[in-house]
Write a new protein. Structure first.
Length: 368
């Protein structure tokens, strides 16, 4: 594999030949990735003028609050490392705090993962999962040992027990806009679906009726019906499971969901969100958006197959995984080749001229 040259780039401040050499060694064992959208610079000392793309590192203590505000105003982020605790504060003020082991080469690894196109909070997760010498252990040294990954600090206590298990391979997983669509798709032989209601003007009675109808269809066909977002109504209807986004983790009553006996699926869009979701011991994790999608607004860039394949290697033995976002018949074989156990689809089913024919083709393409 070609060694990527960092020597002619403003990668560290002040310039640090040993760190650049270590970053090159690590980057050469991480695979081929599109160039990062930002020319990141890891600053080991305060630069003369902070700029967008700077990550200013303070080791052994906390930064002065006034300095930190000035750096963020200039578009720079701040990384504070003390002992086994590392905090990242972005220019926008988002804060990510981790507890884990710091390898000697963690800053070189951080630069390498930033170069692979990861946002700083995800690149930092990977840098904290790095162990010195990993680049000598094979052509692909990507961190895939979950025991090496850091812990997200500041989360509520984890559930004493994991959420109820679902099948390891959920297979084809259509995401559907109505109970009528749920009944129609289950009648065609699909055994895992999600009801995602978008009508925000529905009355509570209409919402409960729609969810109850979808849950009843699941019982009739012996299928797994997940309800998106509406966990209270799903619990009242006795749904098989509920699917929540990252934004729901703060507001949803996890104890009530656990007591209902429902399975729990959680959306993730990167390594940080995956660690955060794993803390709640869910029944499955959804990873996306794999490809560009027009069915839902997603703030993160499309993740792609290379990231999906590495998530499967990291988590495939620990929790069922669902790929979602822009997946259609043409892309489905490549998604299946990553080893992921389920593929969620929206338009490939609901916008198909002949949904029955489309589902038959999709089932064959996914090998289900």
């Amino acid at each position: 594999m070609r060694t990527l040259a960092f020597a002619d780039r403003d990668l560290f401040w002040p310039p640090a030949d040993e760190l650049i050499e270590a970053a090159e060694r690590i980057r050469a064992r991480l695979g081929d990735w599109p160039r990062a959208r930002v020319d990141w610079r890891v600053c080991l000392a305060t630069p003369d003028a902070a700029r967008a793309g700077d990550l200013i590192v303070v080791i052994g203590g906390a930064a002065d609050e006034g300095d930190a505000r000035a750096w963020r105003a200039a578009g720079a982020g701040l990384i504070e490392a003390h002992g086994g605790r590392v905090a990242l504060t972005t220019a926008a003020g988002a804060r990510y705090v981790f507890e884990g082991t710091l390898a000697e080469d963690w800053l070189a690894a951080l630069a390498a993962f930033l170069d692979c196109g990861f946002e700083p909070h995800d690149a930092l997760v990977l840098a904290l999962a790095w162990r010195d010498g990993d680049e000598t252990r094979g052509e692909d040294a990507w961190p895939v040992d979950l025991t090496h990954f850091p812990r997200v600090a500041g989360l509520p206590p984890a559930p004493a027990q994991p959420f109820p298990a679902c099948e390891r391979r959920l297979g084809l997983y259509p995401v559907l806009p109505s109970a009528q669509w749920v009944e129609r798709v289950l009648a065609l032989g699909v055994r895992t679906v999600q009801l995602r209601l978008k009508d925000k003007d529905s009355t509570p009675e209409q919402l409960a009726m729609e969810i109850g109808q979808a849950v009843a269809a699941g019982r009739h066909y012996g299928a797994c019906v997940f309800i998106n977002d509406h966990w209270r109504e799903a619990a009242q209807a006795g749904a098989y499971g509920v699917h929540l986004g990252q934004e729901d983790l703060e507001a949803a009553d996890m104890s009530a969901i656990m007591q209902s006996g429902m399975r729990l699926g959680l959306s993730t869009h990167g390594y940080y969100e995956m660690l955060r979701a794993l803390h709640f011991r869910p029944s499955y994790l959804a990873f996306g958006a794999v490809f560009p999608t027009g069915t839902k607004t997603v703030s993160t860039a499309p993740q792609g197959l290379a990231r999906l394949e590495r998530y499967v290697r990291l988590l495939g033995e620990h929790v069922p995984l669902v790929a979602i976002g822009g997946i259609d018949l043409a892309r489905l074989p490549a998604v299946a080749a990553t080893g992921v156990g389920s593929a969620a689809l929206v338009s490939a089913v609901t916008a198909a001229p002949d949904p029955a024919h489309a589902i038959a083709q999709l089932q064959r393409a996914f090998g289900a």
